[in-house]
Design a protein around this ligand. Structure first.
Ligand code: BTX
Length: 326
């Protein structure tokens, strides 16, 4: 009920709504409304209450609140269960545990701070308290394991489109999953899959967005390569609004993918990519390749034109120097 109450009051954007109107709309007693208001106040919401006019929402808490996120979402599945934690080693571990216990698709784990946030290949992810979005989402796609990279690309497209809309910044995707502004990383995606006989059981999509970090939140050596939305655009952002925009976008693309396959996602990715049509060095498990990435294969692999004209599909690699630094 507190989710519906919040939705009602925030839709009125600071206007008063009478206690009677609220109790009618939510079909509960006026005492029940008052009790919910008290509960929300304890969580950091500020309301003005007038005996004549009713209630109006003045301010939402600065920390992330599952009810508030859910009250604003338009999704059917993604983010319909949210676990919010203060400080954890990594949201990935919690999401794995919940998924193994049967948590439904769309379950979201959010933390204000990560003490051991992780990137790919054993790298770390800087996750200071209250400044960014550090979250892991449980997905249960009907997909064979070799196609899992398509989901990484799909997530990058959803993240890039939603962050562009909210910030107006020129954000591009560096293959396979980094989001960059002017060559500096603002967001990273880490997909971890669990499979049984080549079929995916579940995927944990870990997403880190450096939202309101300032220069001294990063170790010095990272400042060359990393930037936050706030540092890039000069203003701070409401993290709840960014999460809502991203989950709404992701669910739409995820449904499109289920209905029409990877082709429409591939076109969207190619349009947002900053990795295509410029020479790059790719360090693959099989060795180093130099060539020009020209697009994506149906599988999600990167197509690279080599010096002799051959086009090679690359499934996993570190993309180096020529397009932008890591
Ligand atoms: P990646 O391996 O592509 O990127 C890791 C690299 O990114 C680091 O080595 C460092 O250079 C840089 N980096 C570290 N922290 C930041 C930051 N806050 N902003 C920008 N650049 C940074 C990308 O891995 C995948 C990252 C996923 C992070 C999410 S957060 C929620 C979930 N939980 C968890 O432990 N990981 C995921």
């Amino acid at each position: 009920m507190s989710e519906r109450l919040l939705r009602l009051l925030s839709e009125r954007q600071g206007e008063y709504v009478s206690g009677e109107a609220i109790s009618k709309q939510l079909q509960v007693s006026r005492t029940a409304v008052w009790k919910q208001i008290r509960k929300l106040q304890e969580k950091g919401y500020r309301f003005e209450a007038s005996p004549r006019l009713g209630y109006r929402l003045l301010e939402a808490p600065a920390h992330l609140e599952p009810e508030e996120i859910m009250s604003k979402l338009s999704t059917k599945r993604l983010g319909r269960r949210i676990e919010r934690l203060e400080a954890v080693p990594s949201t990935q571990d919690i999401a794995h545990q919940l998924a193994a216990e049967g948590a439904p698709e769309g379950t979201l784990v959010l933390a204000e701070q990560q003490l051991k946030g992780r990137g790919r290949m054993g790298r770390g992810w800087v996750s200071p308290r209250g400044k960014g979005i550090w979250m892991s989402l449980v997905l249960r796609p009907r997909l064979a394991l070799p196609f899992a990279p398509q989901l990484t690309l799909l997530t990058a497209v959803a993240l890039c489109r939603s962050l562009r809309r909210m910030s107006g910044a020129e954000i591009g995707i560096k293959w396979p999953n980094d989001l960059l502004i002017d060559g500096k990383k603002i967001s990273g995606i880490l997909l971890e899959s669990t499979a049984e006989e080549e079929r995916i059981r579940y995927v944990i999509a870990g997403i880190g967005i450096s939202v309101n970090l300032e220069a001294d939140d990063y170790p010095d050596e990272l400042l060359q390569r990393a930037v936050s939305l706030r540092m890039a655009t000069g203003r701070s952002y409401d993290r709840t609004a960014l999460i809502v925009e991203f989950l709404d976008e992701l669910e739409q693309l995820y449904d499109l993918f289920a209905q029409e396959g990877f082709a429409p996602i591939r076109s969207l990715w190619e349009a947002l990519s900053v990795s295509l049509h410029r020479p790059a060095t790719l360090t693959t498990p099989q060795g180093v390749l130099t060539g020009v990435p020209v697009g994506l294969a149906e599988s999600g692999a990167l197509l690279v034109r080599l010096g002799d004209g051959e086009v090679r599909a690359v499934f996993s690699a570190e993309m180096g120097a020529s397009s932008s630094g890591r």
